[in-house]
Design a binder for this molecule. Structure first.
Ligand code: HEM
Length: 412
C-alpha cells in the first residue's frame, strides 16, 4: 500500500454526513483507516480515523507540523492558504505554530487557564448561567443555542479578556468570521469585512490597555508585547483572536450536543439526575460520544513519511478525525453507547500532545455548570422538533447544530 487511494471515496461533506458521520467513520476505520482523499484540485488530504493512529499523529509534532510556511516553503506555493495581511494577523497563533514559537506563546497564557485558576471562576459562571435562564424563563421555549449555549462561553471568555459587556455581541459576530467561511454561510468579502472590523477593534482595545492597565488578560498580553522579546505585535492579535474563537466556538457545541444527547437518552438523563456526582464523568462522556470538534485542525507532513504502510508526502495535509477515534471499539467498550458513568474514558475530544486544548479545564467547568443548571432548573426540558429535523453546521472542523429548539413548560 502507498500513495492516496483513488478508488474508494467517502462522503465527508454532505448534509447527511454532518447529521450522522459515525456510520461513515466506522466504515473508514474498518476499510481505510488511513485514507488519502483526493481533492478536486489534485491535492491529497489524509484522514486518520482509528484511535491508536489518531493518538500517534497528534503526539508526533515533528512529522506532522502546524505551520504551513515551514511545511511548504514559499517557492512551492501554498495553495488555498494565502495569507493576506489582515488574515496573517489572526493566523499568528500557537495553534498554527511549532516549537519553539508554540512553546513561547503557550507559556504566556497557560497560567490563566490552569485548573486552579479556572475553578475560581465557578461562582461567576454559575451566576451567568442563571442570569441567562432567568431572562428567558417566562418564554417556556427557546433556541438553546442562541439564548444559552453560545452566550455563556462567549461571556466567560470576553470577560476574561476584558471586552466590555456592551461590545460582546459584535465581537462575537466578527470573530465567527475567522473560522471556516462556509460554516457560517459567509462569502469571502463579508468575511474579510468582519475580520477587518475585529482587527480594528482589537487595535483600539490594545491602545486603551497601554494607557490604562486593567485586571484582564488583554492587559497582561499587551504588557508582554511591550516588554519586547516575548510577544510580537502580530502575535498579540493572533493570541486574542485565537482565545476569542476557541473560547466559545467549541464550548457552544459541548452544551448544545450534550443537551441533545441527554434529551435523546432519557434513561441516562434520569441516571444523572439520581446521581449528580456523575456530572464530571457525564461531561467526559458527552465530549466522547458527540464532541464539539469533529476533526483536528490541519497538520502538514514536514517530510515524506511512511505511516501505517502509506507514503505521506512532504507538504500533504493530514487530518485527525477526533469524532471517529472517540467511537473506536478497540479503545472504548460499547463505543456507540452513551454511558454517563463510563470509567477510564481517555477520549481525544481535546486533542493530544503539545496542542492539547489549553482551555480544557475551563470547557469542562462550563459544561458541568451549564448542563447542571439547565437540567436542574427545568426537569421538564424537551426537544421541540424531531431530532432528524435539526440542521447541523457545515465545515470540517466543528460539530454542532445551528439551532436547538427546546421547551420546559408543564403543558405539552
Ligand atoms: C468543549 C470545548 C472545547 C473543545 C472540545 C476543544 C477542543 C480543542 C482541540 C481538539 C484542540 C487541538 C486542536 C488540534 O490539535 O488540531 C484545542 C486547542 C486549543 N483550545 Fe480548545 N476546545 C474547547 C474549548 C476551549 C476553550 C474554552 C478555550 C479557551 C480559550 C480553548 C482554547 C484552546 C487553545 C488556545 C488551543 C490551542 C492550543 C495549542 O495549540 O497549544 N479551547 N481545543
Amino acid at each position: 500500500m502507498s500513495g492516496p487511494e483513488t478508488e474508494r471515496q467517502y462522503d465527508l461533506f454532505s448534509r447527511e454526513f454532518k447529521r450522522d458521520p459515525y456510520g461513515t467513520f466506522a466504515a473508514m476505520r474498518r476499510e481505510a483507516p488511513v485514507h488519502g482523499h483526493r481533492a478536486p484540485d489534485g491535492t491529497t488530504i489524509w484522514y486518520i480515523t482509528r484511535y491508536e493512529d489518531a493518538a500517534a499523529v497528534l503526539r508526533d509534532d515533528f512529522h506532522f507540523m502546524k505551520d504551513v510556511r515551514q511545511a511548504r516553503p514559499a517557492e512551492e506555493g501554498v495553495a488555498g492558504t494565502s495569507r493576506v495581511a489582515y488574515q496573517q494577523l489572526i493566523n499568528e497563533n500557537m495553534l498554527f505554530s511549532d516549537p519553539p514559537d508554540h512553546t513561547r506563546l503557550r507559556a504566556l497564557v497557560s497560567q490563566a487557564f490552569a485548573p486552579r485558576r479556572v475553578e475560581e471562576m465557578a461562582g461567576r459562571i454559575e451566576a451567568m448561567a442563571n442570569e441567562l435562564l432567568d431572562r428567558v424563563a417566562a418564554w417556556e421555549e427557546m433556541d438553546l443555542i442562541t439564548e444559552y449555549a453560545l452566550p455563556l462561553p462567549l461571556s466567560v471568555i470576553t470577560e476574561m479578556l476584558g471586552v466590555p459587556a456592551e461590545d460582546r455581541e459584535r465581537v462575537c459576530d466578527w470573530s465567527q468570521a475567522i473560522i471556516s467561511p462556509g460554516s457560517r454561510g459567509l462569502n469571502f468579502s463579508a468575511r474579510k469585512r468582519k475580520v477587518r472590523a475585529l482587527v480594528a477593534y482589537l487595535r483600539r482595545m490594545f491602545v486603551k490597555r497601554q494607557r490604562a492597565a486593567q485586571d484582564d488578560l488583554v492587559t497582561a498580553l499587551v504588557q508582554a508585547e511591550e516588554a519586547g522579546d516575548r510577544l510580537a505585535e502580530e502575535e498579540l492579535f493572533g493570541m486574542v483572536a485565537l482565545l476569542l474563537v476557541t473560547g466559545h466556538e467549541t464550548t457552544v457545541n459541548l452544551i448544545g450536543n450534550g443537551a441533545l444527547a441527554l434529551l435523546q437518552h432519557s434513561e441516562e438523563l434520569a441516571r444523572l439526575r439520581a446521581n449528580p456526582e456523575l456530572m464530571g464523568a457525564a461531561v467526559e462522556e458527552l465530549l466522547r460520544y458527540d464532541g464539539p470538534v469533529e476533526s483536528s485542525t490541519t497538520r502538514w507532513a514536514r517530510e515524506d513519511v511512511r505511516f501505517r504502510g502509506h507514503l505521506i508526502r512532504r507538504g500533504e495535509v493530514v487530518r485527525v478525525a477526533l469524532a471517529s477515534a472517540n467511537r473506536d471499539a478497540e479503545q472504548f467498550a460499547e463505543a456507540d453507547r452513551l454511558d454517563v458513568g463510563r470509567a477510564d474514558n481517555r477520549h481525544l475530544a481535546f486533542g493530544l500532545g503539545i496542542h492539547y486544548c489549553l482551555g480544557a479545564p475551563l470547557a469542562r467547568l462550563e459544561g458541568r455548570i451549564a448542563l447542571g443548571t439547565l437540567f436542574n432548573r427545568w426537569p421538564n426540558l424537551r426537544l421541540q422538533v424531531p431530532a432528524e429535523e435539526l440542521v447541523w453546521r457545515s465545515g470540517v472542523l466543528f460539530r454542532g447544530v445551528k439551532e436547538l429548539p427546546v421547551a420546559w413548560g408543564v403543558g405539552v
